[in-house]
Write a protein that binds this ligand. Structure first.
Ligand code: PHE
Length: 440
């Protein structure tokens, strides 16, 4: 028996990887970041990032895993050694920070599921909805409780090892999420003034371009593709020899981008219809969506469905975040699985407490001008993930290029070699370094 697990099928692999990609990044983060950064112009820059750097990094990471048949740190060590394993360790740190603030937003989704069940959020009064949201995230007991609840749900799944269960439910719930979003978009577009929101989302205003928004676009492209923190290296390592990575890369990137665009079309027109400020920030989804549901027939039912699916999308992503830390502790330090999971869980929960308190008790506690939640989000999404993606691109494009080249030729992908190499070896490094330098 081979000691290395494989995906059951190509579809299973694509769905599991898309499950990691499609999550809070698309549904919660994309609309508010796009709203804050001028709408259409952000969409354009975001798409450009996905289609060039993002997609190449997905392929680079999956190729590394595919060739090494190991997760990040070990893969870097086995394929090249030297200082490269540090790229793997950086990815573990990145995931750790990411997961800690991800759980906070996952907790908000749980809370909103409850508030939809009780009907408390079923109002069109956006002032009341925004007060409710701000009151909720400011409450230390509630935000810590729901953060913990989300973490426990994630840990429960990883501990139980119900990999098959997740894969099987993904096959039903991911399509359900897309269908529900389509239905909501149809409702939103018929609201008065919704077209202003659509125009805001698709018409680029080039005067809004600046270094900060480019960093956010690169960061969000990586965040929404789950690139730059070794997850795709691990997922690529389970791919069998028959599956062709370039095709899978296209599918995964397409689904992740589609989810972002659909979320934008769901939230931004509603923002204009209800007269909310599009740059309102992280609360945007949680304030607009209930307002829309309260205007729909069977609104409460749809609200419950929406927050359930949001939790599901978030959990398939958070599971993919927890697993590599646990695998790292097992592989590198020989710690037993249950113990490793418990240790990770305690550490993540500890770090998520300051993130959970960032909108209440710690609202005025600023480091580098940001509260702990924003700082963790910024450090993970805009610094560590681009760095991790950059290292993977350099690794594939320079350090082990002959092997990558041979492997892609064997997968009938000789056509994409010149573009892929140019992006990994030159374009991505230059773009990321220029944006960073500009921001400093
Ligand atoms: N892609 C996930 C999302 O959009 C977040 C994530 C990032 C998950 C990195 C895994 C790794 O929600």
């Amino acid at each position: 028996m081979s000691s290395r697990a494989n995906w059951g099928s190509k579809l299973g692999f694509i769905l599991a990887t898309s499950g990691s990609a499609v999550g809070l990044g698309a549904i919660w983060k994309f609309p508010y970041v796009a709203g804050k950064n001028g709408g259409g112009v952000f969409l354009l820059v975001y798409l450009a990032c996905v289609l060039t750097i993002g997609i190449s990094m997905v392929l680079a990471e999956m190729s590394i895993g595919h060739m090494a048949k190991k997760s990040a740190t070990t893969a870097y060590r086995n394929l090249k050694g030297g200082l490269w394993p540090w790229a793997g360790r950086l990815s573990v740190l990145c995931i750790f920070v990411l997961l800690s603030f991800y759980c906070v937003v996952g907790g908000w989704s749980f809370a909103y599921l409850w508030l939809s069940l009780t009907g408390e959020v079923m109002t069109q009064d956006t002032k009341a909805l925004s007060d409710l949201f701000n009151g909720f995230i400011a409450s230390p007991t509630q935000s810590i409780f729901y953060t913990g609840l989300f973490l426990v749900a994630t840990v429960g799944i990883v501990m139980g090892g119900v990999q098959k269960g997740i894969e099987r439910t993904s096959k039903i719930l991911m399509p359900a999420l897309f269908i529900l979003m389509l239905g909501i978009i149809a409702r939103v577009l018929t609201l008065p003034n919704a077209m202003d929101g659509v125009m805001y989302f698709i018409t680029p205003d080039f005067s809004k371009i600046n270094a900060e928004m480019m960093i956010e676009a690169v960061g969000l492209a990586m965040f929404s593709l789950s690139v730059g923190c070794g997850i795709l290296i691990a997922y690529g390592s389970y791919v069998d020899e028959k599956t062709k990575l370039p095709g899978a890369t296209l599918w995964i990137s397409l689904l992740a981008t589609l989810a972002c665009v659909m979320a934008g079309l769901m939230v931004l027109p509603a923002v204009f219809a209800f007269g909310i400020d599009p740059s309102a920030g992280p609360g945007l989804t949680f304030i607009t969506m209930p307002a829309i549901f309260s205007q729909m027939p069977f609104g409460q039912f749809f609200a419950v469905m929406f927050f359930l699916l949001l939790i599901f999308a978030a959990i398939t992503s958070s599971v993919s975040l927890l697993e590599p830390i646990v695998a790292f502790l097992i592989d590198e330090f020989n710690i037993q699985r249950q113990k490793a999971t418990l240790m990770t869980c305690i550490a993540v929960f500890t770090l998520s407490i300051p993130a959970a308190l960032s909108f209440g008790v710690l609202a005025d506690f600023h480091i580098f001008g940001k509260n702990p939640f924003d700082l963790m989000d910024y450090a993970a999404s805009n610094v560590m993930m681009p760095a991790g993606g950059l290292l993977a691109a350099l690794f594939a494009g320079w350090a082990i290029w002959p092997r990558v080249q041979a492997s892609l030729i064997a997968q009938d992908a000789a056509r994409i070699l010149p573009a892929f190499r140019a992006i990994c070896a030159v374009v991505a490094p230059i773009v990321i370094c220029v944006i960073w330098a500009h921001n400093l």
